[in-house]
Design a protein around this ligand. Structure first.
Ligand SMILES: NC(=O)c1ccc[n+]([C@@H]2O[C@H](COP(=O)([O-])OP(=O)(O)OC[C@H]3O[C@@H](n4cnc5c(N)ncnc54)[C@H](OP(=O)(O)O)[C@@H]3O)[C@@H](O)[C@H]2O)c1
Length: 184
C-alpha cells in the first residue's frame, strides 16, 4: 500500500485533472441513484487522494453524496442550468472546462468524480492536452448497474503506471483492484 500511495500522490500532484471512478467488471458505476457496493478500501483511497483538491461532480452524484462528503473538501457542482449558490464550500459551474480554466494552480488538481457526463468531458479534455491522471477501482463481479463508465479505459491510449492484484476489503466488501493511468 505504501508504494501504491506514493505513486498515487506523486502523479496526482503533477496532474491538472484526475479522473476518479469505481466500476464493476461490466464498467457499471451506479444503480438506482447510488453505488451498489460498499468498499472501505476504496473510500480510504478516495479520501487520501482528494485531500486538498476540488471535487467536481454532476448534479445527481452531488445530491446522492453531499451529506457524506467530508466538510473540508471543496465541491464543484456541475449543471448546465445556472443554480443558486449553495453552501460556502460549494461552487457551481456549467462545465468541467469552465472550472478547470477558472481555477488557480494553488488549489491542486481538479477531481472528476462522475457521473457519466463529467467523466466524458474529462476524457475529452485529456485528449486535448490537459495533463490527466485516472485513478480507477475495478470491483469484482457484475452489479446490474444502470450507469456505466463511458469508455473502456484500455482504449484511451493512457500509460498504465500502477495495477494492483485483487485485494480483499477489510470490512467484507467485494474484492477490488486499482489501476492508475496517466496521459503524459
Ligand atoms: N462508481 C463511481 O465511481 C460513481 C461515481 C459517481 C457517481 N456514481 C453513480 O452514478 C450515478 C449518477 O451519475 P449520472 O451520470 O446519472 O448523473 P450525474 O453526472 O451525477 O448528474 C447528471 C447531471 O449533472 C450535470 N452534468 C453532468 N455532466 C456535466 C458536465 N460535463 N457539464 C455540466 N453539467 C454536467 C447535468 O445537470 P443538468 O441536467 O442540471 O444540466 C446532468 O444532467 C449514481 O448512481 C451515482 O451513485 C458512481
Amino acid at each position: 500500500m505504501n508504494l501504491e500511495r506514493s505513486i498515487l500522490t506523486d502523479c496526482g500532484a503533477s496532474a491538472e485533472l484526475v479522473i476518479v471512478a469505481a466500476m464493476d467488471q461490466a464498467y457499471g458505476t451506479g444503480k438506482d441513484g447510488g453505488i451498489p457496493w460498499r468498499l472501505t478500501r476504496d473510500l480510504q483511497r478516495f479520501r487520501a487522494l482528494t485531500t486538498g483538491g476540488v471535487l467536481a461532480m454532476g448534479r445527481v452524484t452531488y445530491a446522492s453524496c453531499v451529506d457524506t462528503l467530508s466538510k473540508d473538501r471543496a465541491v464543484a457542482l456541475l449543471s448546465k442550468t445556472r443554480l443558486p449558490q449553495g453552501e460556502a464550500r460549494r461552487v457551481h459551474a456549467v462545465s468541467l472546462k469552465e472550472l478547470l480554466f477558472g481555477m488557480t494552480p494553488a488549489k491542486g488538481p481538479l477531481f472528476a468524480c462522475g457521473g457519466e457526463g463529467v467523466w466524458s468531458e474529462a476524457i475529452k479534455l485529456s485528449q486535448r492536452g490537459t495533463r490527466t491522471m485516472a485513478a480507477l477501482t475495478i470491483v469484482e463481479g457484475r452489479f446490474d448497474c444502470d450507469r456505466r463508465f463511458p469508455v473502456d479505459p484500455c482504449l484511451w491510449g493512457f500509460k498504465e503506471v500502477l495495477r494492483t492484484a485483487w485485494q480483499d476489503d477489510p470490512e467484507g466488501g467485494p474484492r477490488s483492484k486499482f489501476i492508475q493511468l496517466v496521459n503524459w
